[in-house]
Design a protein around this ligand. Structure first.
Ligand SMILES: Nc1ncnc2c1ncn2[C@@H]1O[C@H](COP(=O)(O)OP(=O)(O)O)[C@@H](O)[C@H]1O
Ligand SMILES: [Mg+2]
Length: 277
């Protein structure tokens, strides 16, 4: 079943100038709880957008809305400039939206190749084409400069956290994802594995893929992100190029929903930290 968005070279946005993903007025309520309130966000191809906010700010709800788990209560999602409704993870997958969750959903008892092809195995004369799957899996990992994996026939249960993350991301890339969403990808990782995963995230963007990464770790955010988006109590209080922010400003936005205590809602444009404002 081939659906939309296929056949566009290099994941370039279809509509002239339109960001790959646009959220317009997205709200989501759970009974009395307003988890998202009128969120507007642009996610361009080839850039890493860091989504930050305190616990309960609505980060997970926002990515679940994009990945087809929750339908928004109101608002519009545009993909390549066209309004879409993403009613299931399957529909998100068909558009080219891949979500790498914290628990990663990999099968420990299967090897890397089997995990990368789970549910999408290549057949040749009704048999699994093991050679082709193995070659493509190896090539994809090599393209992403994942060099620490010894054999693609290793069971995933024997891999480190960073390597598991790499396999999950490589699976998304192999399936031609245009947008990769990662929820706290480095939360459980040590220093060198974190560096590996941050590297991998940058490489995705270099390939023209849009990346949304949720992170609590601001040093990771500043190391990897091109853009920042800050949620506060369900509202997107600020977003813009990462160069508009420094750590202090980001922390203020995350903890108070405003920057510099000037009380006015900020929009992230025209603010340059360290210029004495
Ligand atoms: N399935 C749900 N049912 C009811 N309330 C929910 C549900 N999921 C999230 N919420 C509420 O929505 C708000 C945002 O949660 P969440 O998106 O998980 O925040 P974050 O990921 O930023 O920590 C919280 O108040 C949370 O309690
Ligand atoms: Mg969350």
């Amino acid at each position: 079943m081939t659906v939309v968005a296929e056949g566009r070279p290099g994941g370039a946005p279809a509509a002239e100038g339109a960001p790959l993903l646009q959220l317009r007025g997205i709200s989501k309520s759970f009974g009395a709880v307003q988890a998202l309130v009128h969120v507007d966000l642009d996610v361009p191809a080839g850039q890493v957008t860091a989504l930050v906010g305190d616990n309960g700010a609505g980060k997970s709800t926002l990515i679940k809305t994009i990945s087809g788990i929750w339908a928004p209560t109101s608002g519009e999602i545009r993909w390549c400039g066209e309004p879409v409704s993403i009613r299931s993870p399957r529909e998100a997958d068909d558009l080219g939206i891949a979500t790498v969750y914290q628990d990663l959903a990999l099968c420990d008892n299967l090897d890397i190749v089997q995990n990368m092809y789970l549910g999408h195995e290549i057949l040749s004369k009704r048999l699994l084409d093991e050679n082709r799957m193995e070659l493509t899996a190896k090539q994809t990992l090599a393209d992403l400069s994942v060099t620490t994996v010894q054999s693609v026939r290793q069971p995933v249960g024997s891999l480190s956290g960073g390597q598991r993350q790499s396999v999950a991301v490589a699976r998304a890339v192999m399936r031609d994802a245009k947008l990769v969403i990662m929820d706290e990808p480095t939360a459980a990782l040590g220093v060198s594995q974190t560096a590996q995963v941050l590297d991998l995230i940058k490489r995705l963007a270099e390939r023209g893929i849009a990346v949304i990464v949720i992170s609590h770790n601001l040093s990771d955010v500043f190391a990897v992100a091109d853009r920042l988006a800050v949620l506060y109590l369900g509202r997107l209080v600020d977003s813009g190029p990462i160069t508009d922010y420094d750590t202090q400003r980001a922390v203020e936005l995350i903890t108070t929903g405003a920057a510099n205590g000037n009380g006015a809602p900020t929009n992230g444009r025209g603010h340059h930290p360290g210029t004495g404002e």
